[in-house]
Design a protein around this ligand. Sequence first.
Ligand SMILES: Cc1cc2nc3c(=O)[nH]c(=O)nc-3n(C[C@H](O)[C@H](O)[C@H](O)COP(=O)(O)OP(=O)(O)OC[C@H]3O[C@@H](n4cnc5c(N)ncnc54)[C@H](O)[C@@H]3O)c2cc1C
Ligand code: FES
Length: 262
Amino acid sequence: MFEQNSKIVFNKRLAPEIFLLALESPEVVAEARPGQFVMIRVTPGIDPLLRRPFSICGTRGDDLFLILYKVVGRGTAIMSQTRAGEKLSVLGPLGTGFDLPKRDCNSVLVAGGIGVAPLIFLAQAIDAGKTAFLSGYRSENEILPLEQFGLDAMETLISTDDGTAGHHGFVTELLENHLAGFSEDPPLIFSCGPLPMLNRVAELALKRNIPCQVSLETSMACGLGACQGCAVRASSKENRTYFHVCQDGPVFDVQKLDWKAL
Ligand SMILES: Cc1cc2nc3c(=O)[nH]c(=O)nc-3n(C[C@H](O)[C@H](O)[C@H](O)COP(=O)(O)OP(=O)(O)OC[C@H]3O[C@@H](n4cnc5c(N)ncnc54)[C@H](O)[C@@H]3O)c2cc1C
Ligand code: FES
């Protein structure tokens, strides 16, 4: 884990509220694993004071790592105004990563909106021929071009809530259809997105006892296990009451969480 000022190499808009940020850090690149995140201070000043957490969306070469982010509030709005050549204070890589599937395993990646970010990094690390990438968006103008991330060889399916592109409905319906194609040896599930979506993914996985890992995006103040702000309830089968998403996660096996309390 490093704390450093990383130079912005580019910060470009991919969709109306979505940006791709490339930061220079050979140290972060050398350590980063899919599912890990960094805490970024969005200005050199003290307002806003708290760093914001972002999944590592991939790496380029030996020295660049990528952050795919959506502008949702003050911090991300400030970040969207930053330019190449400026520096941002970065802490990371933090948290656990995904447990990667074995080479001959089928996998299905299920993303809701900006939840694609950690799954893009994961998709780049696993067997494209054995993987399907399902992503759901509210509307066509939010769709992120996965081919920009070198994922052309992978089966990709899209859903939109308003039916403007791909399947008209939820991405979890695409997952249900996909799983129905496997009477035995269903694919491992990896998912990230809004909580209602993750709840449904967990429900489908638990019903068929399919191994499933989810990346949670709870609010975080410190990212280091110090503030307790990211606590989520553990399943009653665990020998503890809470997990800290920043240290024990953000990636969890669905069996470990109390989904009724999330
Ligand atoms: C481990 C982790 C990885 C993440 N990875 C990414 C990523 O790759 N790309 C990305 O765009 N975002 C990611 N997020 C969410 C991101 O941290 C927040 O969107 C960001 O902190 C918002 O900062 P802000 O100052 O712009 O918004 P704020 O002003 O803090 O909040 C604006 C609005 O966004 C909501 N909000 C704030 N934080 C979150 C959150 N964590 N989840 C859902 N809603 C939130 C607030 O409730 C509020 O309504 C991740 C979060 C975590 C915990
Ligand atoms: S964010 Fe502070 S304990 Fe997890």
